[in-house]
Each structure stands twice: as C-alpha cells, then as structure tokens.
Design a protein around this ligand. Structure first.
Ligand SMILES: [Zn+2]
Length: 130
C-alpha cells in the first residue's frame, strides 16, 4: 500500500529515476568500500602488534565483503529498473511512461516487483515487472 502511494505521488518517471539513482548509489558505495579495503591493506604494517594487524586485516576483508554486497545490490536494483523501463511503453499506442498506476505488488523486502498500469492516452492496461 505504501509503494502504491509513493508511485502515485511521484509518478512513474520520477519513481523510475529514483530507482536508477538508488542503483548507482550502491555502485558508488561499492567503489568507496573497495577504496577503503585497499587503503586498509596498504596501511598494513608487518612489524606492528599482532592484534592491531588482525584488526586491520579483518577490517579490510569486511570492506571487501561490503563492496561485494553493494555491487550485488547495485546489479539487482539496476536489473529491476531495466525490467520496468522496458515495459513502460504502451503496447497499443507506443507512448512512453505516460501511465496511471492501478496497483502494486511488493516482495517480502518491500521492493516493488509488479505494477499494473493504464495508459493515459488510450486507456490500455498492462503489467510491468515479474
Ligand atoms: Zn496507450
């Protein structure tokens, strides 16, 4: 219900734009986590205390895991955005993204996975997603 309100309030184009921005924010997060991991590996000192070295190396490995998780999130969000973007063209009149949102289906994580829409120009109805 919340996603339906958000989609109707923003409109499809702005919602789609935000989905793309979210995906690329995850890509930036991935890049920053990799930079942090490299910086931590670089600051590793062979002569330092063992506990400090273990903390540094484990932090670097944790950063690599964070980068991987961020990249995975980037990829999945972008894939989802691509699915909606491809289906935003009216199958009847070919109008792009001028549609009314009829209903929204979310998955357990609260992500929109399917949207029932209606073309503003010719009133054709179709589904986007899944
Ligand atoms: Zn249409």
């Amino acid at each position: 219900m919340d996603a339906l309100h958000t989609l109707r309030r923003l409109g499809f184009r702005r919602w789609y734009e935000r989905l793309l921005i979210e995906a690329h924010a995850w890509l930036v997060t991935c890049f920053l986590a990799l930079v942090l991991a490299v910086a931590l590996f670089e600051s590793h000192d062979q002569t330092g205390m063992l506990t400090a070295r273990i903390a540094l190396i484990s932090s670097a490995l944790f950063s690599v895991l964070g980068a991987w998780a961020a990249y995975r999130r980037y990829f999945l969000t972008l894939q989802r955005a691509e699915i909606f973007g491809e289906k935003a063209v009216c199958p009847q009149c070919g109008t792009y993204a001028k549609l009314d949102i009829e209903s929204v289906r979310e998955n357990n994580a609260g992500e929109v996975i399917r949207v029932d829409v209606c073309c503003r120009k010719c009133r054709c109805q179709w589904q986007m997603g899944e």
